[in-house]
Design a protein around this ligand. Structure first.
Ligand SMILES: Cc1ncc(COP(=O)(O)O)c(C=O)c1O
Length: 298
C-alpha cells in the first residue's frame, strides 16, 4: 500500500507498521485515535484534530509521549514521505504492555503511532452521487455512560454487527440508536436531518465530529436554523433530507432509510440543503482559516 507510518519513533512503509499482540490496544481496544485528512495538498482543520486527540488521551489517561508540535510534524512528515496530495492521516495512542505478570494499567508504557495513506471515502464518489442506503441497525450503540463517545475509540463491535445486518438487508451502511428510539451515529459518521430550514443533529451520545462542527457552522452561515437535540428515528424517516458527516467525504447524502427513499426521491436527486452544504464544505478546503499547506519541500 502507498503510504507512510510512524511507529516507535521511526518512519516505516505501511507494511512494516506493526504492534505487539500483547499491546492492550489490541487485546482490550484500550486506545484512542484521530483521523484528519489532506485534500489537494492541504490539511483540513488540523489543529481541531490535534485538540480532540489530546483531549481523548487525557480522558483515557493515555500519554502519547510527544509534544503537540512533534505530533503535528510527524503528520506532515508521513504525508510528505508518502507523497500524497489527498490523504487519510491517523494518529493513535495505545495503552501498550503492562509490566510482566501485571494487570495494572498504570504499569503500561503507552505507545504513539501515526500513518498517512491515500484518502479513504466513507462512501465512494459513485455512491455519493446516488446517495447512500442507510439501515437502522438492531444493536444499540454502546451506552455513553459506559464508553464516552466523545472520546474517539475502537469499541466498534456494535457498528460492525450493524454493518453485517445492513448488508443483509440490502443497505450500504448503518446507523445505531441509543436503544430508546433516538438516533446516535454510524461507523465513521454523524447524522443530520433537514426539516425545511431546520437542520437537526443529535446533541448527545455521539462523537463531536470535526465535519459535524464544520457543517453546523456552514449551515448557520447559510441562515439555516441548527438544532442540537435528541433526534427520534421516526422523525428521521419523515425528514426532507438526511445526510451523514465524516472526514471521509464531508456531507454525504442519504437516499433511503431501511429501503424507503427519503421523501420518495430518486437516487441521485440530492436535496438542496445537502447539495449547498457539500459545495460549501469543499470550498473551505482552500481557505487558510481552515486549512494548512502540507510541508512537502525538504
Ligand atoms: C463513531 C464516529 N462518529 C462520527 C465520526 C465523524 O467524525 P469526523 O467528522 O471528525 O470525521 C467518526 C469519524 O471517524 C466516527 O468514528
Amino acid at each position: 500500500m502507498n503510504g507512510c507510518a510512524f511507529v516507535d519513533g521511526v518512519f516505516v512503509p505501511p507494511e512494516d507498521a506493526k504492534i505487539s499482540i500483547f499491546d492492550w490496544g489490541f487485546l482490550h481496544s484500550d486506545a484512542t485515535y484521530d483521523v484528519a485528512h489532506v485534500w489537494q495538498g492541504r490539511f483540513f482543520r488540523l489543529e481541531d484534530h490535534l485538540d480532540r486527540f489530546e483531549a481523548s488521551c487525557r480522558a483515557l489517561r493515555l500519554d502519547p509521549g510527544l509534544s503537540r508540535e512533534r505530533m503535528r510534524e510527524v503528520m506532515h512528515e508521513c504525508v510528505r514521505r508518502a507523497g500524497l496530495r489527498d490523504a487519510y492521516v491517523e494518529l493513535l495512542c495505545t495503552r501498550g504492555r503492562p509490566a510482566p505478570g501485571s494487570r495494572d494499567p498504570r504499569t503500561c508504557t503507552n505507545r504513539f503511532m501515526a500513518f498517512a495513506i491515500p484518502f479513504v471515502w466513507i462512501a465512494d464518489p459513485e455512491k455519493q452521487r446516488r446517495g447512500v442506503d442507510l439501515v437502522v441497525g438492531t444493536p444499540a450503540r454502546i451506552p455513553a455512560s459506559s464508553v464516552d463517545p466523545r472520546v474517539k475509540n475502537y469499541h466498534w463491535l456494535d457498528f460492525v454487527m450493524g454493518l453485517f445486518e445492513a448488508y443483509e438487508r440490502g443497505g450500504e451502511t448503518v446507523v445505531l440508536t441509543d436503544g430508546a428510539g433516538h438516533v446516535t451515529e454510524g461507523p465513521g459518521f454523524n447524522v443530520f436531518a433537514v426539516f425545511g430550514r431546520q437542520v437537526v443533529t443529535p446533541s448527545a451520545g455521539v462523537l463531536e465530529g470535526i465535519t459535524r462542527r464544520t457543517l453546523i457552522e456552514l449551515a448557520q452561515r447559510e441562515g439555516l436554523e441548527v438544532q442540537l437535540r435528541e433526534l427520534g428515528v421516526d422523525e428521521l424517516r419523515r425528514a426532507d433530507e438526511v445526510f451523514l458527516s465524516s472526514t471521509g467525504g464531508g456531507a454525504i447524502a442519504v437516499h433511503a432509510l431501511d429501503g424507503v427513499a427519503i421523501q420518495g426521491r430518486r437516487a441521485g436527486d440530492i436535496g438542496p440543503v445537502t447539495a449547498r452544504l457539500q459545495a460549501a464544505y469543499w470550498s473551505l478546503h482552500q481557505d487558510e482559516r481552515y486549512s494548512a499547506a502540507v510541508q512537502y519541500g525538504r
